[in-house]
Write a new protein. Structure first.
Length: 105
């Protein structure tokens, strides 16, 4: 493994850890503010805690939809590649050359 690949993997791991930590803090915020007293000091006179909870719930829905879509796409691609690979091997195994049939008789 080259030094450049190691750096890329470390950066990807750091980004993953940041996303996990932010998600955990957001869940902790929702858990601690589930039964809060509503104030009306937020934007448009709404409750600030309720707006934060609503925004995080929306973000979670969008991320889960994206992750599910990407997983479905990768699984579909894997299935198609596996099927094509099997068909390719079937064609290869039944060719005249592989069966050693002479055509000049
Ligand atoms: Zn509230």
């Amino acid at each position: 493994m080259t030094d450049k690949q190691t750096k890329k993997r470390l950066i990807a791991l750091a980004v993953l850890l940041c996303v996990v930590v932010i998600s955990l803090f957001s869940e902790m915020f929702i858990f601690t503010h589930a039964n809060h007293e509503h104030d009306h000091d937020g934007v448009h006179g709404g409750c600030t805690a309720c707006e934060q909870i609503y925004n995080f719930e929306n973000l979670k829905k969008q991320i889960s939809a994206a992750v599910c879509g990407a997983s479905f796409a990768f699984l579909s691609l894997f299935a198609v590649v596996s099927i094509i690979k099997c068909i390719y091997f079937q064609i290869e195994l039944s060719s005249l050359v592989s069966l050693k049939i002479r055509m000049n008789n």
